[in-house]
Design a protein around this ligand. Structure first.
Ligand code: FES
Ligand SMILES: [Fe+2]
Length: 381
């Protein structure tokens, strides 16, 4: 974050503290409960947001060197992500061009893939290199059997994939200016520490909602993060469909005693970048948490949630590994034991007929922006 932006953010947060306020929407917003439980809506969302929209699949550190690969299945499309021998990030469908078997599992380092069924061999650039009993296939040249490639772009340390093979990926239009800040964080230098995956009985949008306000911090999280952060207090800035929230740690008071030109606001904030539709990048002073939220197999009632930790340095010994593991455990402990049980109860409540709409207050502008964007996009599809 540039110094001028740090000053702007610091001023906004101190203003909110002094005036006991937060970034505000101009009105309350009524959100239909139907949109969390309707099969028809879920089907349209799947098609529009998880097939026709670029998906963030991770940060550059997911593929830390040449000739590494990572499989990613959460969108429902089996992605095989690679960094080929030239260092280029690529994405394919993890489907053998002989008879359709998956050609790779998990992640790792290798210079080629051998299909487990009949051993057709592919390069990390997707080309079919060899196949046993070549003579039996000679009327169909190898060039016709490369892996099906997806549009893939690595930009400012973020890996983007277009889930379906057809169509184009226009990231400039898609991202608007949301990644201007991200450039300064040098995300491409980070190491992938670990990824964990959870499944919860919540609509994917309800999981997203969890991140969008600090109004609940000292109620739901009174025994955990309330003591660390100011409640009901954040900045809110939009960039097209995307947005950024910044929460203030209670330590932010320390900057009052320094000249503005020398403010170092970063240790006192947590920045939440929401990359529409389903990615939440949490910038912490010392690491990044990347949340990817997908509809589960039993959508609209289920979501699959993936949390990845990216750290400034690779964990080379047990104690640094333990440090980040503990950090990850702590984050998951709060969401799993505090946020998501409430979310699962809320999801059930949507079926009761208690109310046709839920209400986002003026103090919850990010929720309104997110749901307005979802609704408008589905309407115009
Ligand atoms: S299905 Fe892959 S080699 Fe036959
Ligand atoms: Fe929470």
């Amino acid at each position: 974050m540039r110094q001028s932006e740090q000053i702007r953010v610091g001023e906004s947060l101190l203003h909110c503290i002094d005036n006991k306020t937060t970034a505000l929407a101009d009105r309350i917003y009524s959100q239909p409960t139907q949109e969390y439980i309707c099969q028809d809506v879920a089907g349209k969302e799947h098609e529009l947001f998880f097939r026709k929209t670029p998906i963030c699949v991770g940060l550059s550190g997911l593929l830390p060197e040449k000739e590494t690969y990572y499989t990613h299945d959460l969108s429902g499309q089996p992605f095989l992500l690679t960094r080929d021998k030239s260092g280029i990030f690529r994405a394919f469908l993890n489907v053998c061009r002989h008879r359709g078997a998956r050609i790779a599992e998990s992640c790792g380092k290798r210079s080629s893939f051998s299909c487990p069924y009949h051993a057709w061999k592919y390069g990390l650039d997707g080309k079919l290199i060899a196949r046993p009993e070549e003579i039996s296939f000679r009327s169909s040249p190898k060039e016709n059997h490369a892996l099906t490639e997806l549009k893939a772009i690595e930009r400012n340390g973020v890996l983007w994939v277009m889930p379906q093979p057809e169509g184009t990926m226009d990231l400039d239009t898609h991202l608007d200016t949301i990644d201007t800040d991200l450039q300064n964080f040098k995300l491409d230098n980070l190491h992938h520490h670990e990824t964990r995956t959870l499944t919860r009985k919540m609509n994917w949008k309800l999981v997203m909602d969890t991140f969008f306000e600090s109004y609940h911090f000292c109620v739901l999280h009174k025994n955990s993060i309330c003591s660390i952060f100011h409640e009901n207090l954040s900045t809110f800035d939009t960039s097209g469909d995307h947005f950024r929230l910044i929460f203030a740690r209670r330590t932010i008071e320390e900057i009052r005693s320094h000249a503005k030109s020398s403010w170092d606001v970063l240790p006192h904030i947590v920045s939440i970048y929401v990359l529409f539709p389903n990615t939440v990048l949490v910038w912490q002073a010392d690491h990044i948490e990347l949340w990817q939220i997908f509809p589960g197999k039993n959508a609209p009632e289920e979501a699959v949630i993936q949390l990845s930790f990216y750290t400034p340095e690779k964990s080379v010994d047990e104690s640094s590994k333990r440090h980040w593991d503990n950090n990850l455990d702590l984050v998951l402990h709060v969401v799993e034991n505090e946020d998501f049980p409430v979310g699962e109860g809320t999801q059930k409540g949507f079926h009761t007929g208690a109310q046709s709409h839920i209400t986002f207050g003026a103090n919850e502008p990010a929720l309104a922006h997110f749901h307005r964007t979802v609704t408008n996009k589905l309407k115009h599809e």
